[in-house]
Write a new protein. Structure first.
Length: 408
């Protein structure tokens, strides 16, 4: 709490010193949020269970009892958020703005700490061009996003990521073109040494995204293509020796999205052919397809997943919503050499289904909601010839959650 008070004091002091400039303005925003939840079993999750992803697999004890078949629940308020928007001064023909946003969702071994969510500078030109420099939402997150109670905002079906980037957009007559070069900081790729930004950094190239949206009235439709190239290792320890290696795993992903609203009804959806998008909190990863017999240098292939979601919300003050998500493991294009040499998230899941319902009472400055989620994951073993899961069994979690939010 002391850190956030210092942040507010410094921000107000700096802004006050410039507030007399007519071309400069600032405003604070944020909310206080409380989340209460209950699960019927253990799950794969982050932020101490608030960012709920999918049910954990069966883990039998010595008597054959499932160690993960245990209910759990808690109540937290550390996703409370504070942000500041700034405008001006102009730079040439460009109008400038900036954003700083933070919450308490960062974690250590001891407690939850203040973390950086967004921090960027934006230039806007009258002819429809804009440029963002800094950390903000990954372009795969996009403008079409599910409206749900859970903090995960539809992940692992919906790409979820905020990263440093150079993001250029051009708008004209309802059309928006987006081109981005994206780096990694908090949301990182899975790899041989766990989650790390070093795989992208060692590969030198940023992640690239190109997309287009067309908006007319209350309807929007769009598509995008994403390219990422990682270096899993720079050195190999093999047969008692260490060798410098030049390894790389590259992949393309594709997405389509659409949204429409009429009176009190909002409909939105997205489908992604995802290839190694673990940094976007999605199922996927890569595996080893070949090993050099002298140096141990490895070749790789990405796992592919087809992922889709659909979201319907009805009402304004009194709202009812439903969210349905489905992902399918499509395997790999090449044969794998070893089941222990695959790296990623959800690779032992053949398919995953999520169905959520919620009711929410929403006012301009506060709302309260109650929801229910049923999630079923089909766990299995990896077939090395295809990368797909076989001999599957279903694991289901039932989740009840409630939240209250006060906006300012």
């Amino acid at each position: 709490m002391r850190k956030i008070l210092v942040f507010i004091y410094c921000a107000v002091t700096v802004c006050s010193a410039h507030s007399q400039k007519k071309t400069f303005d600032y405003s604070f925003y944020g909310f206080l949020r409380g989340d209460l939840y209950y699960n019927t079993r253990n799950n794969v999750e982050v932020v101490d269970g608030l960012f709920y992803l999918y049910p954990a697999d069966v883990s039998p004890d010595a008597d054959g009892k499932d160690l993960n078949a245990m209910s759990n629940g808690s109540f937290y308020t550390f996703t409370t958020r504070l942000g500041m928007d700034m405008k001006g001064p102009d730079v040439g023909a460009a109008k400038t703005s900036a954003k700083i946003e933070t919450d308490f969702g960062g974690t250590t071994n001891l407690n939850f700490v203040l973390r950086l969510r967004q921090a960027y500078l934006k230039f806007d030109w009258q002819k429809g061009s804009s440029l963002i420099l800094g950390q903000t939402w990954h372009p795969l997150f996009g403008e079409v996003v599910p409206d749900v109670l859970n903090l995960a905002t539809g992940a692992p079906f919906q790409p979820f990521n905020r990263s440093p980037q150079i993001n250029y957009q051009y708008r004209k007559n309802g059309l928006k073109i987006t081109a981005s070069a994206v780096y990694q900081l908090i949301y990182t790729s899975q790899g041989i040494d766990g989650k790390s930004e070093k795989y992208l950094k060692d590969g030198v190239l940023p992640e690239f995204y190109l997309g287009a949206d067309y908006r007319k009235g209350s309807a929007v439709i769009g598509a995008g293509i994403d390219f990422i190239s990682l270096k899993p290792r720079t050195a190999s320890s093999y047969s008692g020796n260490i060798y410098r290696v030049d390894e790389r795993i590259s992949s393309f992903s594709y997405e389509l999205h659409a949204g429409y609203s009429v009176e009190n009804l909002r409909i939105s959806g997205k489908t992604v052919l995802a290839s190694n998008l673990t940094h976007a909190t999605m199922f996927g990863g890569f595996g080893v397809t070949g090993i050099d017999k002298r140096t141990g240098e490895q070749e790789y292939t990405p796992f592919r997943n087809s992922t889709s979601w659909l979201n319907l919300v009805y009402g304004k003050t009194y709202q009812a919503g439903v969210f349905a998500g489905y992902t399918k493991n499509l395997g790999t294009r090449k044969e794998l050499v070893d089941p222990t040499k695959i790296y990623g998230m959800g690779l032992n899941i053949d398919q995953f289904v999520n169905l959520s319902f919620y009711l929410r009472y929403a006012l301009p400055h506060w709302n309260v909601g109650l929801g229910y989620t049923m999630a079923t994951a089909g766990y299995g073993n990896t077939d090395l010839s295809t990368g797909k899961c076989v001999d599957t069994h279903d694991v289901t979690n039932h989740r009840i959650e409630s939240l209250f939010t006060y906006y300012f």
